[in-house]
Design a protein around this ligand. Structure first.
Ligand SMILES: [Fe+2]
Length: 277
C-alpha cells in the first residue's frame, strides 16, 4: 500500500487538481492511492450537489451511502445524500451544526470498519477564520507501530477494542469493532477515532498493549509526516479515503450572514478509473 510511505510534509500534498483537465479523474485516483486524499478545484458553474455528483461519476463512486446512524426515525433529518455542514443554533447535531473543533474520527459511527470508503467534502463558502479540515494518516502510523511494538498493534486489531456510541440526543446506539483491520490481500483499514463517542476496552490484547497503542497514535497524530491541515477555498472539494485516514476539524468563526458551508457525501466504493470498474 503506497499510502504507508506517504509524507504529508510534501508541499504538493494539498495542491488542487483542476477538474477541467481531461485526465483529472486519473490524476485523482492515482493521488488518492498514494496519499489517501486529494484536493480538486471544480470551476464549472452549478449547484453544489451537482458538482459532487459529477465528481462521484468521474470516479465511479456510485450513489451516496447513508450511514447506519441516520436510518432511524429519530435521525432521519440527517439522512440526506448530500449533507449541508454549517452552523445552526437551532440544530442539535454535534458535528454538522457547530463551529467547534472536531477530534479525530472516521465517518460512520455505527458502520463496520471499511464500510464507508470514500468521503467528499465540497466547499461552498470558507469560514471567516479557521475551519481547516485535519487529516491523519492513521494507517501509516499503525504500520509503524506494527514494526516497533507488535503487541500494542495487536491490541488495536482486536474486534472488541473500540466501541463508538452516538452522541446525538434521543438515540442511544453503539457499535463495537477493531481500530484497524487487515484483509486477505494484506490491505489495512482504519476506524481510528479519539473523541467523545469512544469507549476503549483496555482488557483486549497483551497487557498494557492498548494503552501503549493509544499513546503512540496520539503522538503520531501530531507528527507532520502523518498530519495535515487542509483549508478548502470555495469551489474546491476534498476527497478522502474514509477507510484509510482519520479526520477532524479546527474550530472556526463565521461572519454574520456568511456562514462556512460544506456539502458532504459518503460512498461505499473506492475511486476507480479505466476498464476494471
Ligand atoms: Fe467527519
Amino acid at each position: 500500500m503506497q499510502q504507508l510511505q506517504a509524507d504529508f510534509r510534501d508541499p504538493r500534498c494539498a495542491e488542487p487538481v483542476d477538474f477541467a483537465e481531461h485526465d483529472a479523474p486519473d490524476q485523482l485516483v492515482h493521488i488518492l492511492e498514494e496519499r489517501g486524499f486529494a484536493v480538486v478545484r471544480v470551476a464549472e458553474p452549478g449547484p453544489p450537489d451537482a458538482k459532487v455528483t459529477s465528481l462521484a461519476a468521474a470516479l465511479r463512486l456510485g450513489n451516496p451511502y447513508i450511514p447506519a446512524l441516520y436510518r432511524y426515525a429519530e435521525t432521519k433529518d440527517y439522512s440526506a445524500a448530500y449533507s449541508d455542514i454549517r452552523s445552526d443554533t437551532k440544530d442539535r447535531h454535534p458535528g454538522f451544526s457547530t463551529t467547534t473543533g472536531q477530534a479525530w474520527h472516521v465517518d460512520g459511527l455505527l458502520d463496520d470498519i471499511g464500510d464507508i470508503r470514500t468521503t467528499i467534502l465540497y466547499c461552498v463558502r470558507a469560514a471567516h477564520r479557521g475551519g481547516d479540515t485535519l487529516l491523519f494518516n492513521s494507517l501509516a502510523a499503525f504500520a509503524e507501530l506494527r514494526e516497533t511494538d507488535p503487541a500494542a498493534a495487536e491490541a488495536l486489531l482486536d474486534p472488541k477494542a473500540l466501541s463508538r456510541r452516538s452522541t446525538l440526543p434521543d438515540i442511544d446506539v453503539s457499535n463495537t469493532g477493531p481500530v484497524f483491520a487487515v484483509d486477505e490481500a494484506g490491505n489495512l483499514a482504519t476506524r481510528y477515532t479519539d473523541n467523545d463517542t469512544c469507549t476503549w476496552n483496555f482488557s483486549v490484547g497483551p497487557p498494557g498493549g492498548l494503552h501503549r497503542a493509544l499513546a503512540f497514535l496520539r503522538a503520531a497524530s501530531d507528527n507532520p509526516r502523518y498530519r495535515l491541515a487542509v483549508r478548502l477555498a470555495p469551489g474546491e472539494a476534498l476527497i478522502f479515503r474514509n477507510d484509510r485516514l482519520s479526520h477532524g476539524r479546527h474550530p472556526y468563526k463565521d461572519r454574520p450572514n456568511a456562514r462556512r458551508h460544506l456539502v458532504r457525501a459518503l460512498y461505499a466504493n473506492v475511486p476507480t478509473r479505466g476498464q476494471e470498474g
